[in-house]
Design a binder for this molecule. Structure first.
Ligand SMILES: Nc1ncnc2c1ncn2[C@@H]1O[C@H](COP(=O)(O)OP(=O)(O)OP(=O)(O)O)[C@@H](O)[C@H]1O
Length: 548
């Protein structure tokens, strides 16, 4: 069966056929010939092809590095002028002098470059050295493939760039290699280049940026008066990263666990979040709740920013219940409408800040602990999409203190006491984020591990008391940020408890107490019938020494 063809397709096919036959004819009469003429054509074609490749690479390089290109053109034109002038009959000095100058010109050009832009020159030289060392590093870190003919292919180093405090290697996988291999080799590469740490960032499929840090520390950062544009719960600026960029943290849609030994700087994280969101709190799109089980020492400083706070375990349970009521209401209002809550001043994003989670979850009375555990589990599992997020700070990340570690998709590990604790908080990310190695003299420094598992070292901004007071005064929370009243009947948490036949203090609200209850009926028990004497087998008498 023939397919109908349009006149256009027919023309194109005819043209293609002619081009193909012309190419075949040209090949046959040039490089396809088997005699010496064919050989000459092949050599000429090879030279033309190499020329074309060189010109293309040179053009691309010139377009990328226009400054040295312009400089080179100016110098060449200058030389041409001098050489023209030197063509004076009888002059025996200018020619050799110019030849010497031409011989020395690369050094002169580089020297001028080093004089004009010394920092840039040093970076170029450093990048060049790192690139020269790369094949050896790649081979020793198993980033190579050996062909049967003995050739060795290593992962390609695309380019080396410098950022403040880091050198970034852009590395490309070769066919047959996966980015995972590069991820695994990253610690060895960092060690080969004597780097203080590393971060791996995927750029595109098969291409990764490996940042090697030239400094171990991030200098302290002071917080400043926040502005409304910065108060973005999707990308909240909280400090500086090792590359000197502003480190951002996602607050909306993420629960965050902050773990750090005493004096590690959990206060800086706490205030970077609440203080950073202060303008949004003031305009009503964020509502802050606080549990400070150190008796309010931390949160009272900025009390005006919070809608509701609790400083005792009993009050904390009430606050958690109130948050559950928010979740219950949102569930009803968002059902079938949206799957991720968008904060507005009528329906704000609720951020619960807990300072010292272990006081509530591990060191309180059994009943309180059980109730807190139940409410926290519900808030952590249901709150995220409904616009209720939790930021919990804890000193001791061990199991009994933070049983719900896995319910926090985002983790911040400040200085920790041991590698076991780093492992507990960060899981597999601890390999790239050794929080136990953070120095005591660097409070506020920690690893921020987002949902994707890639850790970033951050120095959280330091919030002095005066600034917290000033921010609280300027951006006080609106009066409407009071906790919602309980609806008639039990809230969802209590319904859940009732379903599980567990009693909570709240289940008993409004129910008759034991004083109202009728006296319990006492059952008169019949006296037990006397036991029948047991029929026992006759005991075997112990053997006497004579019998043995
Ligand atoms: N980002 C920071 N930059 C510089 N210094 C900081 C920073 N954060 C905290 N500090 C210093 O470290 C000290 C301890 O900080 P902070 O009270 O926040 O620690 P913490 O982890 O909350 O300790 P604890 O759990 O014992 O209360 C502060 O008094 C301050 O001097």
């Amino acid at each position: 069966m023939s397919t109908p063809t349009t006149p256009n397709t027919g023309l194109r096919a005819r043209l293609d056929a002619r081009v193909t036959s012309a190419r075949t004819a040209v090949r046959a009469s040039t490089v396809g010939r088997s005699d010496w003429m064919g050989k000459t054509w092949r050599v000429a074609a090879w030279i033309a092809y190499r020329d074309w490749m060189f010109t293309r690479a040179l053009t691309v390089w010139a377009a990328r590095h226009w400054m040295p290109t312009v400089f080179g053109v100016v110098v060449s034109v200058g030389w041409w002028g001098i050489l023209t002038l030197a063509e004076t009959p009888g002059d025996r000095i200018t020619g050799p002098l110019l030849a010497l100058l031409v011989f020395l010109s690369p050094g002169i050009v580089l020297g001028l470059f080093a004089m004009i832009a010394p920092a840039r020159y040093r970076r170029r030289v450093h990048a060049h050295r790192m690139a020269a060392y790369w094949p050896e590093v790649a081979r020793s870190c198993s980033l190579y493939r050996a062909e049967p003919d003995g050739t060795v292919t290593v992962s390609k180093l695309r380019h080396v760039s410098h950022q403040p405090g880091a050198v970034v290697l852009r590395v490309e996988t070769f066919p047959g290699q996966t980015p995972d291999t590069l991820h695994r080799a990253a610690p060895a590469i960092a060690s080969a280049y004597r780097a203080h740490g590393f971060e791996v960032t995927p750029v595109k499929p098969g291409v990764l940026d490996l940042a090697l840090f030239t400094t171990y520390r991030i200098a302290p950062v002071m917080a400043r008066m926040p502005v409304l544009e910065g108060a973005n719960p999707d990308a909240l600026p909280v400090g500086l990263s090792r590359t000197g960029h502003v480190a951002e943290m996602v607050v909306r849609g993420r629960h965050t666990l902050v773990a750090g030994a005493t004096g590690a700087g959990k206060g800086s994280v706490l205030w970077s979040v609440i203080g950073g969101l202060a303008p949004a709190i003031h305009d009503g799109t964020v509502c802050a709740w606080g549990l400070d089980l150190k008796g309010g020492v931390e949160l009272e400083m900025g009390r005006a920013l919070f809608g509701r706070v609790a400083y005792t375990t009993e009050d904390s349970i009430e606050v958690l219940r109130a948050l559950m009521r928010v979740i219950d209401r949102r569930k009803e209002s968002m059902r079938g409408v949206s799957r991720l809550h968008v904060p507005t001043s009528a329906e704000p994003l609720h951020v619960l800040m807990i300072d010292e989670l272990a006081d509530l979850m591990a060191y309180s009375e059994f009943e309180t602990r059980r109730e807190a555990d139940r409410l926290m589990s519900k808030i952590l599992t249901q709150g995220r999409a409904l616009g209720v997020v939790v930021v919990s700070c804890v000193q001791n990340p061990r199991q009994e203190a933070v049983g719900q570690r896995n319910l926090y998709p985002q983790k911040i590990a400040l200085r920790l006491d041991s590698d076991v604790e780093s492992d507990m908080v960060l899981g597999p990310a601890a390999l790239q984020a050794p929080a136990h190695e953070i120095s005591r003299s660097d409070p506020g420094t920690g690893y921020l591990v987002r949902e994707d598992g890639a850790p970033v070292m951050v120095r959280f901004a330091y919030w002095p008391d005066e600034l917290i007071r000033e921010v609280a005064q300027r951006y006080a929370a609106p009066a409407s940020h009071a906790a919602p009243e309980p609806r008639d009947g039990a809230d969802a948490a209590n319904a859940w408890a009732a379903a599980a036949r567990r009693t909570t203090p709240n289940d008993n609200a409004g129910k008759p107490t034991n004083e109202d209850a009728p006296a319990p009926r006492t059952r008169t028990r019949k006296p037990r019938a006397p036991r029948k004497p047991r029929t026992t087998r006759p005991a075997v008498p112990a053997a006497t020494p004579e019998e043995v």
